[in-house]
Design a protein around this ligand. Structure first.
Ligand SMILES: *Cc1c(COP(=O)(O)O)cnc(C)c1O
Length: 471
């Protein structure tokens, strides 16, 4: 099994190389050359399996023999062993034919743990085998940073530097990063905005001498291995609800399109998915595209669901690759139009193909608060703002042609306690952190405050790496 770039100019790579590369050298994203197919009998055979066992079966075809079966089994077992719920990804019933898939049972309480807990281990394994090390450098506006740090802490072959904007993330988000005191975890609070942090991380990355010296890498949402690991919970939820003998629809609150693309990938692998409902907040570029067929960027607005405050969704390029029939050159032209002109359409026929599966629905902040309140009042379930946007999208698409009486599974992407202010404003009650994190407030923090200055960040990295080598 090899991976090809959506832009068609980079060499095809085996799984381990695509894992370490992240982005392809032509700026494209890696996708499998051919999709593994699970027959109805294969899918039936997944029923009743523990999550880790199901995960191994779903993911093994993607590895192409690059990782040994026993090693992979150990990594998968370890990745999900410490999750809070024995089902790892439990389903909660919201209504007669509506379910909530709780993907906040991992160490940092967002769905990102489901992929990153495994990807950190895969990185470490592949690097150790090659006698290599990497330095991960990233910027975060909240959720990704903590999930990446938890995934990389104490890994032998990895150091991780995470930049966040000082005083511009919530206290829970900050503490989830800064209370990790492992020697290989390095937090910096930058006196600037999230965009400043991102520019600094990019500048470090693009400095050829530094990049060679520290072997910089990223575990961002375009890494193929994250998509692979996210297909698993769609299979798990579907078989728990009776697949392949029951049709499913999923509703997914969407930012960078990674999570909902993983559902599409599961469909490509043979899972009977009728409909994928995309939830947008005020940054509704994907919903507008579903309505009109034109993709048009606008300025990013800050909302109650910050992980979805995104304009161009990177992973959408993977879906486009599919509807362009793998023609990289035509896709490159469309992406260039979008980046340069802020507008692109991909042709009526392609749009229709996308609309056969996907629907979009938007909810502004007032609608999000109202949805959180209504869900709480009618079901007793407390959801975070992202999840509320997804549920509203799922309910809106019930009437669509093609929905056809499917069971609706709404994806809960974060624990309500990650967004306590928004949840309290909607429901009147402040959600408590799970017992494991109840003492987060009292834990010691370690974090360096730095000016918004490339030299200062470079010095920080050099100093910490010198200390690490000396130790
Ligand atoms: C990252 C994130 C999202 C968006 O997921 P994508 O895969 O980028 O579409 C939604 N909700 C929460 C809570 C997140 O952390």
């Amino acid at each position: 099994m090899n991976y090809v770039s959506t832009r068609g100019q980079a060499p095809a790579l085996p799984f381990d190389e695509a894992l370490l590369a992240g982005l392809a050298s032509d700026g494209g994203l890696y996708v499998p050359e051919a999709w593994p197919r699970f027959s109805r009998a294969d899918i039936r055979g997944l029923r009743g399996l523990p999550y880790a066992e199901l995960a191994r079966r779903v993911m093994t075809p993607f590895l192409g023999g690059c990782v040994g079966d026993d090693d992979f089994a150990t990594m998968v077992d370890d990745a999900y062993a410490a999750f809070d719920h024995p089902a790892v990804a439990p389903l909660v019933q919201l209504g007669a034919d509506t379910w909530l898939l709780e993907l906040f049972q991992g160490p940092t309480l967002s769905f990102k743990d489901y992929a990153l807990q495994l990807v950190g281990r895969l990185f470490d394994h592949v690097l150790a085998r090659r006698g290599q090390r990497v330095t991960i450098i990233g910027a975060t506006s909240g959720d990704t940073g903590s999930a990446a740090i938890e995934a990389c802490r104490d890994r032998e072959a990895i150091d991780i530097f995470m930049l966040h904007p000082k005083d511009r993330i919530s206290e829970v988000q900050r503490r989830q990063m800064t209370t990790v005191l492992s020697d290989n975890v390095h937090n910096a609070a930058i006196e600037g905005t999230f965009d400043d942090c991102q520019d600094l991380a990019k500048a470090m990355f693009n400095d050829a001498a530094l990049s060679r010296r520290y072997n910089f890498s990223a575990v961002n949402s375009i890494n193929w291995a994250r998509i692979m690991a996210q297909t698993v919970y769609y299979f798990a939820a579907a078989v728990a609800l009776g697949a392949p003998d029951r049709r499913l629809a999923f509703a997914v609150p969407t930012g960078n399109f990674g999570n909902v693309y993983a559902a599409y990938a599961a469909r490509k692998m043979g899972l009977g998915v009728r409909r994928l409902a995309i939830g947008s907040n005020a940054n509704d570029i994907l919903t507008r595209f579903m309505e009109s067929g034109a993709m048009e960027t606008r300025p990013v607005a800050a909302t109650l669901s910050p992980a979805m405050d995104i304009q161009i969704a990177s992973n959408f390029e993977r879906l486009l690759f599919d509807v362009y029939g793998g023609k990289g050159a035509a896709l490159v032209r469309a992406m260039e139009r979008l980046r340069c002109d802020g507008r692109a359409d991909f042709g009526k026929a392609r749009w229709r193909r996308i609309r056969k599966v996907f629907a979009g629905h938007r909810l502004d902040d007032a609608g999000t608060t109202a949805a959180m309140r209504r869900i709480h009042e009618t079901t007793g379930v407390v959801v975070d703002p992202h999840t509320a946007v997804g549920i509203a999208a799922g309910e809106a698409c019930r009437g669509d042609e093609g929905f056809g009486g499917a069971a609706l599974v709404c994806i809960a992407t974060a624990h309500p306690a990650k967004f306590p202010d928004a949840v309290e404003a909607a429901t009147g009650a402040r959600p408590a952190l799970p017992p494991r994190l109840a003492d987060l407030q009292g834990r010691p923090e370690r974090c360096e405050v730095l000016p918004n200055d490339l030299g200062a960040v470079g010095d920080f990295v050099a100093r910490r790496m010198a200390e690490r080598r000396a130790a």
